[in-house]
Every structure is written in C-alpha cells, then in structure tokens.
Ligand binder design. Structure first.
Ligand code: FES
Ligand code: FE
Length: 447
C-alpha cells in the first residue's frame, strides 16, 4: 500500500460530509487491534483522581486501554505509571485495586520492584544468577508521561505526545463545569463492571446524545427513578422538541453537550446545587456556565464526565464487543457524611453496575454492536446526519467556539472524524500536522 493510500485507510469508514459511519469500525477485530496501537497507546488517557493517591506509597490499579497499570506515588512525591507486568515472565506484580506499598513483589518467583518501578530484589541473585543480571535495565515499563488537570491524572505511553494542556484544549472549559464546583475528592471504593458492546458506542453516547434519553430511559423515568412524577421527567427530556443548550467540539475528538436551566428547574435545596449559591464559584464559571443544568462530555477516547452527578467513568476496551467500566464519584471534601452518602447512593442507582440508566444504555450498546455485525446490513452505514450542515460556531461570553444547540449529532460525527485522524496517522507529529481544528472542520462540514 502506498503512503497516500495508507493515510486514507480508516478515513474511508467515516464520511462527515454525508453524516455516515461504517458499521465495520464497531466489530472488526483488525480495526480494534489498530485502535489499541494508534489510539490507546498514543492518546492521553485518564488514570485516576489525585485524591486517590495522596500519600507516598499510595497506589491504584487502573488500565490504559487493555494495559494494566499501577499508578503509584513514590517517596519523592511524584506519580509514576508502571505497567503491571513482571520483567521475568510477565506475571502481574500487583493483584489488588488500591492500597499503600513500599514495593511490589511478584507472586511467581519473587522479583521485587519499588514504587518507581525499579527492580530492587531478585531471589537467588548471587547463588543462582551468579550476580550476572543487569538489574537497572529490568525495571517495570513506565508510562512515558504523567500529568494532571485540576486533580484529574492522565498518562500517555507516547513520549512524542503534545502537552496534556494542548491535548485537552478547549475541553478544559467544559471540564471546569465540574472541576470548579468546589474542593472535590474521589469517594472511597472502586466500582467497576463489564458491558457487552463496542467502546465507541459508549463514547458516542457520552459526547452528546441528548436524543436518546426520553426513549431509552422512558421506563426508568415512569418508574419514578428520577423522583417525583415520571411524566414530568419525561417531559423534561422530551425527545422531539428543541431545547436550549450548547454543543462543544474540542481538539482531538473531545466534546460536550449541556443544557441550560430555567429558573424554576433548579432545586437550590439540593446539596449538589450548593455551588450555584457560592459567588466565588459563580465568578470562576462565568455567566454562561453558571446557567448549565447538566452536561455530558467525553474526553477522547473513553472518559465520560457528568458534571451534574459528578461521575467520571472510563470505558476500557476489552475487545471489539466488550468494555470494562471504572467509575469514580467526586464528592465535596467539606460535605457532610450524609450528603456524601446521598450522592454516592444516587450515583450507584443511576450509573453503577445496577444503575437504572446504565442498564438501559448498556443494553442498547450491546444490541448496536450486534447490529454492526449484521451480514445483511453490513454495507448500510450508520446515520449521524441530524442537523448536518446547519451548525454555526459562535462564542457565548467567555466560551470557546461552540454550537448554540442541544440536540444534534455534530459532536458524534466530530468524534469519528478525529478517530479516523488518529487511526490514519503513523505518529503524533503526523497526527498534529493533519489534525483539523473544529473551526476548520465546520468550514468544510457546513458548506
Ligand atoms: Fe515475576 Fe518470575 S514472573 S518473578
Ligand atoms: Fe443514557
């Protein structure tokens, strides 16, 4: 394959100008393997919240794509990302979700690593190896770079990646909707579960699908899951009426979708709305973001953030048809125990493994993934053309360029457009050179 053809290899599956995306990218094993290499081994990926590893020796076990990684704070105060695979036979050296450790000792033959990943102990080093082992070169493989944004810790395997700041770009304006609400810390405990379905359907839903809520979650709402009268909840999420809100597309495939609260919709008595009464927070957020009622966002590739419920969910790929979700709930450091419990309970009822909305969504992603494999329909692309050609970028107050519209499919198309850019680029320098900014993308997509 020549160089130009190889640069277009994945572009053929995404047609933003027609609002179409091939079913193949949701089930093909070869494409999935390429995603692990070109997206998950390259992008900055969310690892954990800093409050999960506050002290020397603290660690959490996380994933970067399919790679098991120990995120650990060393005695020097720095965070290190260590691939959880012993350099002897590849066994895992850490088998728990979190804790505090001085070292990680492999359960197979006992090699020991410190919290920087250096190999510090080899049983039989003198007696069996005759001191002929190059210990300094046998440390755990490290994540190339670790950085954080307002408490969210990210890592990348690619030393050529741009700074985290550049990678997130205008998405920081969106993330601040949550991160500026107060002094937030991760609630204790680890919640994770599996969902059958391709990880991109979850990302595509997170980035701004406000079309689905009243259909997908109708039963849960009628059952009173959102409280009060189910019919009122349904009316609020009415799928076929225009609602006021915004859609933000940010560099490298991130996106957000938020609606504005009408004065009578905000329950100022709820502990989760306390930030609306805090003038410091209001000043930080500014007049536009202060009006936001709820927002869903996806930090490319796989971090879902909900600023209303303060949930962070990473959808780790586990093959083309499966994902493992890890959820973190952020709570206010100064909130009462009762408020924290209320928030965690409500999050788990909504998004957890037994969450009513999560069950609804997961079932759809499972069936969509099955549908993508259809022999009879495989050449019929999926339709992402709602309001295609009708978007205009504008700035509201201090906002970056965004679309003043809530229900549309622009952010989803943007996700797949950027997906193809990641997949077709051979390296970060190539990706940066080829990357279309949202302003340029819309120049193409709207004419
Ligand atoms: Fe870890 Fe042998 S595999 S010590
Ligand atoms: Fe949903």
């Amino acid at each position: 394959m020549d160089a130009i053809a190889s640069r277009e290899k994945y572009r053929q599956y995404v047609k933003p100008e027609a609002g179409l995306v091939s079913r193949r990218i949701f089930h093909d094993e070869e494409i999935y393997r390429a995603e692990l290499d070109r997206i998950f081994k390259r992008a900055w990926l969310y690892l954990a919240h800093e409050s999960e590893v506050p002290d020397p020796g603290d660690f959490v076990h996380v994933y970067m794509g399919e790679e098991p990684v120990i995120l650990c704070r060393d005695r020097d105060g720095q965070l290190y990302g260590l691939v959880n695979s012993c350099r002897h036979r590849g066994n895992r050296v850490c088998r728990v979700d979190r804790g505090n450790a001085r070292s990680f000792v492999c359960s197979y033959h006992g090699w020991a690593y410190n919290t920087k990943g250096n190999l510090i102990g080899v049983p039989g080093k003198t007696e069996l190896y005759k001191d002929d082992i190059d210990q300094p070169s046998l440390g755990l493989v490290r994540v190339a770079r670790i950085d954080s944004y307002k408490g969210l810790v990210f890592g990348t395997f690619d030393p050529e990646a741009p700074s985290l700041e550049e990678f997130l770009g205008d998405m920081r304006w969106g993330l601040d909707l949550l991160l500026d609400q107060g002094d937030l810390v991760a609630a204790p405990g680890v919640v994770r579960w599996n969902i059958e379905g391709n990880w991109k359907f979850a990302a595509d839903n997170a980035i701004g699908d406000m079309y689905h809520a009243a259909w997908t979650h109708r039963s849960a709402m009628l059952a009173g899951h959102l409280g009060g009268n189910g019919a009122q909840s349904l009316a609020q999420y009415a799928p076929t009426r225009e609602q006021k809100g915004i859609t933000l597309l940010a560099a490298y495939g991130h996106g957000l979708n938020a609606d504005f609260a009408e004065a009578d919709e905000v329950d100022l008595g709820s502990p989760l709305a306390a930030w609306r009464l805090d003038p410091t927070v209001q000043a930080r957020l500014g007049p536009v973001r202060s009006r936001v009622q709820r927002s869903n966002m996806n930090v490319f590739p796989n971090l879902f953030v909900n600023s209303g419920s303060r949930d962070l969910m990473v959808r780790h790929p586990r093959g083309p048809g499966r994902m493992e979700v890890r959820k973190t709930v952020l709570v206010d450091r100064n909130a009462s125990e009762e408020t924290r419990r209320m928030q965690i309970r409500s999050s788990n009822r909504h998004f957890g493994p037994a969450g009513m909305f999560e069950q609804d969504d997961g079932e759809n992603w499972d069936q969509s993934t099955h549908g993508a494999r259809s022999l009879a329909a495989r050449d019929r692309d999926l339709h992402y053309a709602m309001k295609l050609g009708r978007a205009r970028l504008t700035r509201l107050g201090d906002s970056p360029p965004l679309i003043e519209d809530l229900v549309n499919e622009h952010a989803q198309l943007w996700l797949y457009h950027c997906w193809a850019e990641f997949m077709d680029a051979a390296s970060w320098p190539e990706l940066r050179a080829a990357h279309t900014q949202p302003t340029d993308y819309f120049r193409c997509a709207t004419t």
